[in-house]
Design a protein around this ligand. Structure first.
Ligand code: KIV
Length: 300
């Protein structure tokens, strides 16, 4: 995705630039081509030009630096941090403190990507005031570019309040994990004419409330395509088929960190197996005495 404004170097308030620890060096992908910080207007331009937007989740600085260096347009500090990183069964226990800490790490490690931070369950449902306070805290304390929250018409007053305060908001429709108890678990949403119509109304409400983009999760291909056609803002799909303006995956699914991944996620690597093998090799060499060798030791 082409961008137009100059980008500051990533801030490293508490240590060396994490980019220096990336195996690919500093300037892979977009950065080497003079890529700049992706902004809201670039997302909109991408939709208008028919350029697909890329989004992955990120929860920590070194991973964010790698994904940013790979040229990913947008990084989502998702509340999926709950199940992917923090050992929770769902996203529901995730707190605003969890999101702020992760958001700061991701934003400080990136120079290209548009960084979006999820508002977790319980930090915006009470109304526009609560939503705005949560969003302001995220923006003040993380350096991210936008927040994301779940819900259509029911969340439109919250989206309006945040957006009116000058904070870009990304919506999230279809299967919304924070409502998993009401929805009966991860199930396709918007199937059948009535449900598709409800989802379309939600999509319009999110746009009218001022959202800059909307995630469509586990939505039938045809419904996602129709919504993408009538919305002016970009749609980013996850399990929503190919006819949307961009695609998002949870990075641990995309990279094969765990044995299981959802049907809609393609595994582009088997990092879980590689990591387990590396740990087993380390353990074997420690036990046999092969590590550390002279090259890893200091002499008098
Ligand atoms: O939290 C998350 O990772 C998300 C994606 C599934 C879109 O919201």
């Amino acid at each position: 995705m082409a961008t137009t404004s100059q980008n500051p170097a990533p801030q490293s308030p508490s240590g060396p630039d994490v980019r220096s620890v990336t195996p690919h060096g500093e300037d892979a992908a977009g950065i080497a081509h003079g890529a700049r910080r992706v902004r809201v207007h670039h997302l909109q331009q991408a939709k208008e030009r028919g350029e697909r937007i890329t989004m992955l989740t990120a929860y920590d600085a070194p991973t964010a630096a790698l994904l940013d260096a790979a040229g990913i347009d947008t990084l989502l500090v998702g509340d999926s941090i709950g199940n992917t990183m923090l050992g929770h069964a769902t996203t529901l226990p995730v707190t605003l403190d969890d999101m702020v800490r992760a958001g700061r790490a991701v934003a400080s490690a990136t120079r290209h990507a548009f960084v979006v931070v999820d508002l977790p369950f319980g930090t915006y449902e009470a109304g526009p005031e609560q939503a705005l306070a949560s969003a302001v805290r995220v923006m003040k304390e993380t350096g991210a570019s936008a927040v994301k929250l779940e819900g259509g018409r029911r969340a439109s007053a919250q989206i309006r309040a945040i957006s009116d305060a000058g904070i870009p908001v990304v919506g999230h429709l279809g299967y919304t994990p924070q409502s998993e108890n009401a929805l009966g678990g991860p199930r396709v949403q918007g199937r059948g004419d009535d449900a598709a119509e409800e989802l379309s109304q939600d999509a319009l409400a999110v746009q009218e409330a001022g959202a800059v983009a909307v995630v469509l999760e586990m939505v039938p291909v045809e419904v996602a395509e129709r919504i993408t056609e009538f919305l002016q803002i970009p749609t980013i799909g996850i399990g929503a088929g190919p006819h949307v303006d961009g695609q998002v995956l949870v990075w641990t699914d995309m990279a094969g960190m765990t044995d299981w991944s959802p049907r809609f996620a393609r595994r582009y690597a088997e990092l879980g197996r590689a990591l387990q093998q590396a740990a087993a090799d380390f353990a074997g060499e420690v036990r046999s005495g092969a590590f550390p060798s002279t090259e890893h030791s200091f002499q008098q």
